[in-house]
Write a protein of this length. Structure first.
Length: 258
DNA sequence: TTCGTAACGGTTGAC
DNA sequence: ATGTCAACCGTTACG
């Protein structure tokens, strides 16, 4: 269960333990830094620990992305893209093939050795989840081992912001009623750019300050920064220029195919 | 005083 | 359907 309210840090800011700061704040941190504000001042102003400011800024400098890293999941240890590809081929050539036969073939064909040979149940799962109806394949093509570091934009209903860029983060995967909202942030422009200050925001400090809502011109991050080169079109994703570093800053749009 | 970072308690999600 | 576990989270405290 997600907490309805977060905890309060030493600076009076609200956070949810174990969860990333909302993108609105992450973005604000970067914006302020680009405006020349010192990290320690950003920390105080936004009531985010300096450790966190430091980390977000460092990551931004390194990857160009304000997004948190991919949380959870596990790397496929055996079901690499190559393996999946072979399994698909076997299945295409012989739709009636059994998982254990596929397993044997992977070994026989040298696709896997005995150490990385998927179990029969893994193969079954691949068949089920990644290949399924062979007529509509292809969606799983060329994924990095960990898949796209699915920017965990989700969650956020507890921090909901009225800032213009909230489009980038104000999205929850599972709505309270359990409806899986799909990629709402991609189509974010459809949401009204400005709700008046939300009364629900637990971020007291943030919403209280005058600078909080980055209203109007103020928020325009200087000259064509990486944040929003063009203020036109899709608001959200622009914040994430995709110079993929080691961490692979993936563009939210491309990351959310489905 | 500022800032980088390890330790910590926490959540997540592919397997 | 459920449990495991390695990934990431932000805060705190130390240097």
């Amino acid at each position: 269960m997600e907490p309805a309210f977060g905890e309060v840090n030493q600076l009076g800011g609200v956070f949810v333990n174990g969860r990333p700061l909302p993108n609105a704040i992450r973005l604000r941190i970067v914006e302020l830094a680009q405006l020349g504000i010192r990290p320690c001042d950003i920390s105080r102003q936004l009531r985010v620990s300096h450790g966190c400011v430091s980390k977000i800024l460092a990551r931004y400098n390194e990857t160009g992305s304000i997004l948190p890293g991919a949380i959870g999941g596990s790397k496929p240890r055996v079901t690499t893209p190559t393996v999946v590809k072979h399994i698909r081929t076997y299945k295409q050539r012989d739709p009636g093939i059994f998982a254990w036969e596929i397993r044997d073939r992977l070994l026989a064909d040298g696709v896997c050795d005995k150490f990385n040979l998927p179990s029969v149940s893994s193969i079954s799962r691949i068949l089920r989840n990644k290949i399924g109806n062979l007529s509509q394949q292809g969606q799983y093509e060329k994924q990095t081992p960990h898949g796209p570091p699915q920017p965990s934009l989700p969650y956020n209903h507890i921090y909901s912001y009225p800032t213009p860029i909230s489009a980038a983060g104000a999205k929850s995967n599972k709505t309270p009623n359990g409806l899986p909202t799909v990629n709402s942030y991609v189509t974010a422009p459809s949401i009204p750019p400005y709700h008046p200050p939300t009364p629900v925001s637990p971020y007291m400090g943030y919403s209280a300050t005058t600078s909080a809502y980055v209203t109007g011109p103020t928020w325009q991050p200087a000259s064509g920064s990486a944040l929003s080169p063009h203020s036109c079109d899709i608001a959200a994703p622009l914040a994430f220029k995709g110079m993929a570093g080691p961490r692979q800053a993936i563009h939210p749009v491309s990351a959310s195919v489905l």
